[in-house]
Design a protein around this ligand. Structure first.
Ligand SMILES: *[C@@H]1O[C@H](CO)[C@@H](O)[C@H](O)[C@H]1NC(C)=O
Ligand SMILES: *[C@@H]1O[C@H](CO)[C@@H](O)[C@H](O)[C@H]1NC(C)=O
Ligand SMILES: *[C@@H]1O[C@H](CO)[C@@H](O)[C@H](O)[C@H]1NC(C)=O
Ligand SMILES: *[C@@H]1O[C@H](CO)[C@@H](O)[C@H](O)[C@H]1NC(C)=O
Ligand SMILES: *[C@@H]1O[C@H](CO)[C@@H](O)[C@H](O)[C@H]1NC(C)=O
Ligand SMILES: *[C@@H]1O[C@H](CO)[C@@H](O)[C@H](O)[C@H]1NC(C)=O
Ligand SMILES: *[C@@H]1O[C@H](CO)[C@@H](O)[C@H](O)[C@H]1NC(C)=O
Ligand SMILES: *[C@@H]1O[C@H](CO)[C@@H](O)[C@H](O)[C@H]1NC(C)=O
Ligand SMILES: *[C@@H]1O[C@H](CO)[C@@H](O)[C@H](O)[C@H]1NC(C)=O
Length: 872
């Protein structure tokens, strides 16, 4: 018997951890000799993230280390830009250059671009090359096409190159010849020294060599004649590390969530107390502490580790060599000796390490990295998908069948002709079939992406990789994505086979709900026409359609092919939903299953998610009473899950995007893909399970103890209540530290009596004070740290109903007599969005006992009205 590896803290869900990470970093472990930041085209110097950006349009004498040729002009971006150094640019239709007088040695050169219209320079016309120190960094580069392809309005490109003795660093911008409209531009330039042996001639590589994937012999170490382009730098299992929190070189470390493409995403262990022991081999500037004290490992389901490879996939330019640096550090309490955790490493599906043993390499708490090289080609295609996969070894070879990764860097190596430039991506088609939720965020997708990345939780990851998958498909043409060329990054093709054999036959409850043929579904969606896409979920696309000859309006959830996790959730959802019938749960109408497709068919919810309405910028914000009613209804749905059926069902992913609204604004809880059936015997009060859910809504007790109870849903619902009150997301990444977590911020505002300041401005003056007090009291009680102290959903329903009564009474200016059941017939509000579409939606029906409970339920669901007495 192996000892269980029990203690996991989940960094992606711990804000305290974030704080510690920030203060505990080895910031400033390295002091660069050259540290130059230029805000191109700017009249003034400005400070951003603690650094001074020198305006290069200022008097030249003050920036003597920067020289530029006079053939260029300066301009401000025509649309609002993302901040320094993107406000201004230097542009020219002829060649221009910057000269930096720097010390010899390896340098980072970072070029910042914001492709906007500048004066008479149109964004789509920029095509130029950039050369520096004898290397071609970019060629015929279109910042516009790049931004369009990556969906990031502004971006920087990062290079590493070596400046020789007595060499001056010239950075030359030249418009593509033969095109009179072409011009070159740049918004910012950064030149920063790096340690002599950080990426070049490193101790580790000199000692170990660099394995070249698919070849027997190691590649030589990276030499001074190689220039590099940084393709990706990830803090695996952790948060974004901003430039100012790097070890002195101002590198940015992204979170890795969106690049995890295996069906399982593993778990995120962290150790905030370990004293990292750096060494000459791996000095303290190699990466920030926060990279080494967080990681991703395979997961604590015993059977699962051997069944998959933990995989990251990164898109790169074809026909270049790449070096991958994998950072490791063992910090978990159980892993102490060699062979405790040994695993395999694959790069581009080729074995590069068959016994990765981090403890043996360095020892506990001692950071270490390994570099691997690979040549990427992909037929005629401009881009390739580079995958890094970790696979567990079976019992007998290792104590824990598991794998770990803490950080990942990917560099492109210059070709022998000293060229690093790839080809421009093709323009993304006009009117691309962007699914609705994504298009909303497209104005500032990078912000949205950041928030989504933080959104931790298995589901969050799935959604992102699914989204990435669709973008990838879209850009490569749907046919390419079948990966006929063997560079599949969406899991081995054989999954499709296992999947279909596994699910065929009697395992699907076709007796419980309607079975649709694929032909019917195709007809309903015009063969999955993109214009019918109404959302993208953990499963894949959701389409709108009609069945029964147009009589029934439905939402059709089409599971991505090859998603095994999805298959499990597909079954769970059918099994759960087909047995549940409740007015405040989304109804499953039926499903469709054939050799290649798994599809769920639901009632169409015409008004989308609650979240959409909270943050909508149209002129019809949801009125307060309607929000209360929506909360009450959703609470009823959850209460039914908890107490209305034989075995408690824990939703596990309660959030505002899982509360849907029909055409009459009746709220229904959706998405049971993560649901768990609760304990069946009275002696057990919880189920142990891997933590899933969505960051910001996750019960802290649940991720501490990994014990799921119905009170975890109550916690998440508390967050929903505050989100409804404040119309701000559960996590605001860009907010000041104390305001990042809505749950914490709102609670502290309630405690200090300052709740008014966080109320949605649209609701100013609309909430009766006594209603607000009651509402906050409910929300705060839901967020109690100890699950046992939280109310039941049934209590929450009663509380919300009472709050609604207080509001209604205050609006009528009559004194509330507690215990009098107020039947709301208020028709005084002329809301654009009425609460009731018909009589049956009355506010007073605290929970509907009117025949929605299906035959499979074991008790009458009148539970919501019962506890009203508690306020009598
Ligand atoms: C990093 O290591 C160097 C040399 O070992 C030491 O002088 C320096 O204080 C360390 N810096 C930090 C921030 O730990
Ligand atoms: C140039 O530098 C000097 C001294 O550092 C300062 O007094 C002066 O204001 C600067 N001039 C400009 C145009 O920034
Ligand atoms: C720089 O300053 C001058 C005068 O203060 C102004 O006319 C010009 O527009 C400014 N240039 C930019 C790019 O802001
Ligand atoms: C760090 O590692 C070295 C070499 O293994 C060891 O001698 C030293 O005691 C360690 N230091 C700490 C603080 O653990
Ligand atoms: C962190 O590492 C230290 C030192 O190895 C160990 O004592 C401690 O238990 C670890 N904590 C966790 C949460 O793994
Ligand atoms: C992990 O990846 C390697 C290389 O692609 C493959 O040979 C192996 O079968 C994979 N293992 C699992 C469990 O999928
Ligand atoms: C899988 O890995 C987890 C740790 O991530 C460990 O607890 C578990 O024992 C491993 N499974 C097996 C079969 O070793
Ligand atoms: C420059 O790139 C554009 C867009 O990719 C392409 O159409 C054009 O042919 C390229 N020009 C040259 C000279 O390579
Ligand atoms: C990308 O380019 C296409 C075609 O030019 C355009 O329709 C689309 O709006 C662009 N997308 C972004 C995010 O700029």
């Amino acid at each position: 018997m192996k000892p269980p590896l029990l203690l996991f803290i989940f960094i992606s869900v711990s804000l305290e951890a974030l704080q510690v990470l920030v203060t505990g970093d080895n910031v400033g472990a390295y002091k660069p000799t050259d540290d130059i930041t230029v805000d191109c085209g700017s009249n003034t110097s400005s400070t951003a993230d603690g650094r001074i950006w020198i305006g290069d349009a200022v008097d030249r004498s003050n920036s003597s280390r920067i020289e530029k040729t006079p053939s260029s002009i300066t301009a401000r971006a025509s649309n609002s830009s993302p901040g320094v150094p993107y406000y201004t640019a230097r542009l020219s239709r002829s060649e221009f250059a910057y000269t930096f007088h720097v010390t010899p040695g390896p340098k980072f050169v970072r070029l910042y671009f914001f492709p906007s219209d500048y004066l008479n320079f149109h964004r789509a016309d920029s095509f130029f090359s950039v050369e520096a120190a004898g290397y071609t960094l970019l060629q015929n580069f279109s910042a516009y096409l790049f931004a369009n392809y990556t969906d990031s309005p502004s971006f920087f490109k990062e290079f590493c190159l070596t400046v020789g003795e007595h060499q001056i660093l010239n950075v030359k911008f030249a418009p593509t010849p033969g095109n009179s409209d072409a011009y070159a531009f740049v918004n910012g330039i950064e030149v920063v020294s790096m340690p002599e042996s950080l990426y070049y001639n490193t101790e580790v590589d000199l000692k170990e060599g660099i394995n070249l994937a698919g070849q027997q012999q190691g590649l030589r170490s990276i030499g001074a004649t190689d220039a590099l382009e940084v393709m990706k730098r990830l803090n695996v299992g952790g948060q974004v590390v901003r430039p100012s929190l790097d070890t002195g070189m101002y590198r940015t470390w992204e979170a890795d969530d969106r690049y995890v493409t295996s069906l399982e995403v593993g778990i995120l262990p962290v150790n905030l107390t370990i004293q990292l022991n750096y060494s000459e081999l791996v000095p303290n500037y190699t990466a920030p502490d926060s990279v080494y004290i967080t990681a991703r490992s395979m997961g604590n389901k015993k059977s699962i580790n051997l069944s998959y490879n933990l995989t990251w996939s990164i898109e790169v330019d074809s026909d270049f060599y790449y070096v991958l640096r994998l950072h490791f550090c063992e910090f978990q309490i159980e892993i102490n000796n060699p062979s405790d955790r040994i695993f395999k490493i694959f790069v581009d599906s080729q074995l590069v390490e068959n016994r990765a043993d981090v403890i043996e390499w360095r020892g506990k708490g001692m950071p270490v990295y390994r570099d691997y090289a690979v040549f990427m080609s992909n037929g005629q295609k401009k881009r390739s998908i580079l995958s890094i996969a970790l696979g567990a070894l079976p019992d007998g070879y290792t104590l824990y069948s598991d794998a770990i990764l803490n950080g990942l860097e990917i560099f492109k190596i210059s070709n022998p002709d000293r060229n690093l430039a790839g080809l421009n991506p093709d323009p993304v088609p006009v009117n691309p079939p962007v699914p609705r939720p994504a298009s909303k965020a497209s104005s500032n997708l990078s912000e949205a992406a950041k928030i989504a990345i933080i959104a931790g939780g298995a589901l969050g990851f799935t959604v992102l990789s699914v989204l990435a998958f669709f973008l990838y498909r879209r850009r490569n043409g749907a046919k390419d994505s079948a990966s006929s060329d063997g560079t599949s990054w969406w899991g081995p093709a054989s999954y499709a086979k296992t999947k279909s054999t596994k699910t065929q036959g009697s395992s699907l409850p076709s007796d419980l709900c309607r079975h649709f043929s694929l032909a019917e579904i195709r007809a309903a969606t015009n063969d999955f026409d993109k214009v019918f896409i109404i959302g993208v979920g953990g499963f894949g696309n959701v389409y709108e359609g009609y069945v029964d000859g147009g009589a029934t309006h439905v939402a059709i959830k089409r599971l991505n092919q090859g998603s095994q996790q999805g298959l499990h959730e597909f079954r769970t959802e059918i099994e759960m939903l087909s047995q549940l019938r409740h007015r405040h749960l989304v109804s499953l109408i039926g499903f469709c299953k054939d050799a290649t497709e798994m599809i769920l068919v639901y009632d169409y919810m015409a008004r989308g998610t609650l979240r959409d309405h909270l943050y909508s910028t149209d002129n019809h914000p949801l009125p307060w009473k309607q929000r209360l009613e929506i909360c009450r209804a959703a609470a009823c749905g959850l209460d039914y899950l908890h107490t209305g059926v034989k075995h408690t069902i824990i939703h596990r992913d309660v959030k505002t995007t899982n509360i849907l609204l029909n055409e009459n604004w009746v709220a229904k809880v959706s998405d049971f893909g993560l649901s768990k059936v609760g304990p069946t015997s009275v002696s057990k009060t919880h189920v142990s399970t891997a933590v899933k859910g969505t960051f910001g809504y996750l019960d802290p007790e649940y991720y501490r103890r990994q014990q799921l109870t119905d009170k975890s849903d109550v916690y998440s619902f508390g967050v929903v209540l505050f989100e409804v009150l404040c119309a701000r997301p559960a996590v605001s990444r860009m907010a000041p530290m104390e305001q990042i977590s809505l749950a914490k911020w709102a609670q502290s505002c309630c405690k200090s009596g300052a709740v008014e300041k966080i109320v949605d401005p649209h609701l100013k003056g609309a909430i009766a004070p006594e209603c607000l007090i009651k509402f906050c009291e409910i929300a705060v009680s839901c967020l109690q740290d100890e699950g046992a102290k939280r109310p039941s959903m049934n209590d929450v329903v009663s509380g919300l109903k009472f709050a609604l009564q207080l509001q209604v009474s205050a609006e009528r200016e009559v004194t509330v007599h507690v215990g009098v059941s107020v039947h709301d017939s208020d028709d005084g509000d002329n809301d654009a969005a009425p609460i009731r579409g018909n009589g049956s939606d009355e506010v007073s029906s605290a929970c509907d006992s009117d025949g929605w409970a299906a035959a499979t339920t074991t008790r009458n669901n009148d539970f919501c009205d019962k506890s009203r007495t508690s306020y009598d």
